[in-house]
Design a binder for this molecule. Structure first.
Ligand SMILES: *Cc1c(COP(=O)(O)O)cnc(C)c1O
Length: 417
């Protein structure tokens, strides 16, 4: 692999595994590789490390360890929560969620629709916020579960889960939140959040990929999604991913301690990055609310250029950022999140997400800012839609933009048909 430095601004896609986490995990790959369900000591001794990791992950969200079910990822946790609600109440066949959830939810809910379930995808406001009254009105007698994310992975916008769970309780409906983006960035307390289910994924908090957890509130009925052995107290079959679970436990401990760094130093870096871009590069816009937002995320629209072109040029410099989420990269479709916020296809396709983390330094931000204006300027100089194009006095630029929007909208419409 290359020795070149990476300037990593994609912490909402995944995070570097913390050295402390690697260190905690190694003994469980090298020496203590027994099966925690085995009766002999070589296996059984491992079980107590799984349990102490469970206690740490529980502490991160102020839950009881018995409320923590380890899964393979955030996607599985989300699927499992919704699946459980539907299987447990066969008469209730309606799910309420939002149009801006992670594809782990959006695509699962679309699958459910094909299987005859009904799903309401709540729209969002232009700043990415949710109309709580609309949410309340969308709950029906046959609604099994409301699943709304705590923080959006593309914009960082926060949803008021306390209020949402209170509405759910008053209507006797289960409530799930995808909190994958939040550990280390905000304090988490399942008691005050008031939800029945909450999902986390370890690779978003400096632990390895392939391990997640679902919080299942005590006395909330749960139907397993992965069915097999009696692991996880009968709530999730499959031999425990011991090393990853131990790593998750250590990462949970670290995340509790990084909340203040994220909210002071990292927030300061994010704000400097965002404010400098918005104030020094013309025709740029922030996507999403300014205040009700994670401290590490900024999503910026660079008008008249393609985000993909910006990302390619950044990549040549070793800078990692993204458009939309990692899970939708590769498709030319504009982000479903930005589209739901009402951005035109052209603006959505000109938007870049920078997500910072505890390993970012002020020098990283300087490096990015040093190159950003030139990259955007160079691309605009060859974009016929841009006021910076040298020949733009020779044609009607407004008409060119309108035609481009219409072409994009038509191409999207044809794809959907
Ligand atoms: C990354 C992410 C997921 C998916 O987690 P995986 O462990 O990669 O399956 C779900 N929801 C949100 C908000 C995410 O950012």
């Amino acid at each position: 692999m290359s020795e070149r430095p990476v300037y990593y601004f994609d912490n909402n896609a995944t995070t570097r595994v913390a050295p402390e986490v690697v260190e905690a995990m190694l003994p469980f790959l090298q020496e203590f590789w027994g099966n925690p369900s085995s009766a002999y000591r070589f296996g059984a001794q491992v079980a107590k490390h799984v349990e102490s990791a469970r206690a740490r992950v529980a502490e991160l969200i102020h839950a009881d360890p018995r409320e923590v079910v380890f899964t393979s990822c955030g996607t599985e946790s989300n699927n499992a929560a919704i699946h459980s609600a539907l299987v447990h109440n066969p008469a209730k066949r309606h799910v309420v969620t939002t149009a801006v959830e992670h594809s782990a939810n959006v695509n699962f809910c679309e699958y459910l629709q094909k299987r005859g379930f009904e799903v309401t995808f709540l729209p969002v406001e232009p700043d990415g916020s949710l109309d709580i009254h609309l949410l309340e009105q969308s709950i029906r007698p046959d609604t099994a579960i409301v699943s709304v994310m705590l923080a959006n992975n593309e914009t960082g916008v926060l949803f008021p889960i306390e209020e949402i769970s209170a509405i759910c309780r008053s209507k006797g409906v289960l409530c799930h939140t995808d909190a994958v983006q939040t550990p280390g960035k905000m304090k988490l307390d399942v008691k005050s959040l008031g939800v029945d289910f909450l999902s986390l994924s370890a690779h978003k908090l400096h632990a390895p990929k392939g391990i997640g957890m679902l919080y299942v509130k005590r006395r909330t009925k749960f139907q397993p999604y992965v069915i097999g052995g009696h692991q996880e107290n009968g709530r999730r079959g499959g031999t425990e991913n011991v090393a990853n679970i131990v790593g998750f436990g250590r990462a949970a401990e670290l995340a509790m301690n990084s909340v203040s760094d994220e909210n002071t130093r990292v927030r300061g870096l994010r704000d400097r990055l965002e404010n400098t871009i918005l104030s020094t590069i013309p025709n740029t816009l922030r996507n999403g609310a300014r205040d009700e937002r994670l401290p590490n995320t900024t999503n910026v629209c660079f008008e008249f250029v393609e985000a993909e072109a910006i990302l390619l040029k950044l990549d040549l410099l070793g800078i990692c950022a993204s458009s939309g989420s990692a899970c939708t990269t590769g498709s030319l479709d504009p982000s479903h999140v930005l589209s739901a916020m009402g951005l035109t296809p052209m603006r959505a396709r000109g938007s870049v997400r920078f997500s910072l983390g505890i390993y970012n330094t002020s020098e990283d931000v300087d490096f990015l800012l040093r190159h950003m204006a030139k990259i955007v300027g160079d691309l605009r100089a060859i974009s016929p839609l841009s006021p910076e194009h040298p020949d733009n006095d020779k044609y009607d630029i407004e008409a060119a933009r309108a035609k481009h929007e219409a072409d994009l909208a038509q191409a999207l419409g044809e794809k959907q048909r």
